[in-house]
Design a protein around this ligand. Structure first.
Ligand SMILES: Cc1cc2nc3c(=O)[nH]c(=O)nc-3n(C[C@H](O)[C@H](O)[C@H](O)COP(=O)(O)OP(=O)(O)OC[C@H]3O[C@@H](n4cnc5c(N)ncnc54)[C@H](O)[C@@H]3O)c2cc1C
Length: 417
């Protein structure tokens, strides 16, 4: 089933009876060439690119819950390529290029909206840091425009410029940054993978990883044993638990990140805005809700709801930046379990076990990374060669200390990144 304007018109005129399910609901087979553990954004995009770019079809994605129930359906949907360090810069640049053709590629409306992202700065030192970041983005071939205070006011007149604790000095505009509809990204990749023969098996939790003589043989699941020649672990906040099934101890801590959505308002914020004096970012969804996010809750946890102090912190930052936010009612908030590495950058690598691969550590940056991560991880799993844009995401950098990518400059404290 292909989506097109003609099809929508025809279905509209004939009672919408012709739509079919986006993907099948297969029972797991006894054996696959490749098993992907985790049906989040990264697992689904990996399966999609394994099928599309490398010709695999005997693949299963095993998801313990339902497709879209993890962080892929819980994030604040920001998509950008504004990283500073080599390694991250080329990876996110590649991912953004994939985003820009994603709807055509998947034949699916993921509502990708390049509305522009503005990072505010509030001191001379911060301005210098953003100038360096902007230059790094431009050198990578991406877009960055430095705005002074009046430049920011032109784009974001509703911010508090005149009576605020942290005066706005200016901002770095990334015009190709923006948002997308998170569930639709999961559904689009799921549908695309299914169409290429991938089995998406929901309600199937992996409970063990079978290894013989240093080689992976398959997995144990709540729906029986499944043999596989290769296995990819792509389970975000559960990475430590699943890797432990293979006897590995990962340099990952799991923390909660919360999101907040207000009642629907008339269009007011037409960019993504990121505050520089506290971790706070906001945009407005197509339904009108203001969407806010902040920092991780600063303790390790597997609970998928957050605590009150972080809620207070996020609301305070919002009020400081844009006092009229105080009049909007927050309707919903929730948390997601995030996988944070010591340098805040991710991992896409082979493990010491033959045939076992891992893709994790995305934490804050994992939604925008979905296309690039799936593309690069599929390349690695299919060819055993690192894909150039993701070649620096090595697991052993935490063992050797070489090649760390501490984008935030916050050292080895997971919870500070
Ligand atoms: C509140 C919040 C806001 C965010 N905002 C942004 C943002 O604005 N921009 C951005 O780029 N990123 C953002 N992120 C980060 C991004 O959402 C994540 O980094 C990314 O979604 C993680 O990858 P994933 O989609 O594969 O994870 P998930 O969707 O969590 O997928 C992992 C899947 O693995 C499954 N699983 C776990 N254990 C097992 C098992 N044993 N067997 C089978 N399946 C298993 C889980 O059920 C889950 O579905 C945000 C995250 C949160 C929580």
């Amino acid at each position: 089933m292909r989506f097109s304007a003609l099809r929508v018109l025809k279905e509209g005129l004939t009672g919408n009876k012709g739509w079919t399910s986006h993907w099948r609901d297969p029972a797991p087979k006894d054996e696959y060439d490749i098993v992907i553990i985790g049906g989040g954004g990264h697992g689904l995009s990996t399966a999609y690119y394994l099928a599309k770019n490398h010709g695999y079809s005997n693949i299963a994605v095993l998801e313990k819950g339902y497709i879209g129930g993890g962080n892929i359906g819980r994030n604040t949907t920001i998509v950008r390529a504004n990283y500073f360090l080599q390694g991250n810069s080329e990876f996110y640049s590649h991912s953004l290029k994939l985003w820009e053709n994603l709807e055509n590629d998947l034949n699916y409306n993921v509502m990708h909206s390049q509305r522009g992202l503005i990072n505010l700065f509030h001191s001379d030192g911060q301005r210098d840091a953003f100038v360096r970041r902007g230059n790094s983005m431009i050198n990578q071939g991406d877009d960055a425009i430095l705005l002074d205070r009046e430049g920011v006011r032109k784009h974001l007149p509703y911010l508090d410029f005149d009576n605020t604790r942290f005066p706005i000095y200016g901002g770095l505009l990334h015009p190709r940054g923006g948002t997308a509809r998170h569930d639709a990204v999961a559904w689009g990749y799921a549908r695309g993978a299914d169409q290429r023969g991938v089995d998406l098996v929901q309600n199937c939790e992996v409970t063990g990883i079978d290894i013989e003589n240093g080689k992976v043989r398959g997995v144990q699941t709540t729906r029986g044993a499944i043999k596989a020649k290769k296995v990819g672990i792509v389970v975000a906040g559960r990475s430590g638990q699943v890797a432990e099934m293979a006897g590995m101890r990962l340099p990952i801590e799991s923390h909660i990140l919360q999101a907040f959505v207000t009642e629907g308002l008339k269009p007011v914020i037409d960019h993504v805005v990121s505050f520089g004096m506290g971790h706070f970012y906001m945009s407005q969804s197509d339904k009108g809700g203001l969407v806010f996010g902040g920092d991780l809750d600063f303790y390790a946890s597997y609970a998928s709801r957050g605590n009150l102090p972080m809620k207070e912190h996020v609301m305070e930052a919002g009020m400081t930046l844009m006092p009229m936010i105080g009049k909007a009612k927050v309707l919903r908030s929730w948390g997601g379990i995030m996988d944070m590495t010591p340098d805040g950058s991710p991992i896409i690598d082979k493990t010491d076990i033959d045939g076992l691969y891992i893709d994790c550590g995305w934490c804050y940056g994992g939604f925008k990374a979905v296309p690039g991560s799936g593309f690069s991880f599929a390349h690695l799993m299919a060819t055993d060669q690192h894909h150039a844009p993701a070649a620096k995401y090595r697991l052993d950098r935490f063992r050797t200390g070489r090649g760390l990518m501490d984008e935030e400059g916050k050292g080895s404290q997971h919870n500070l990144h």
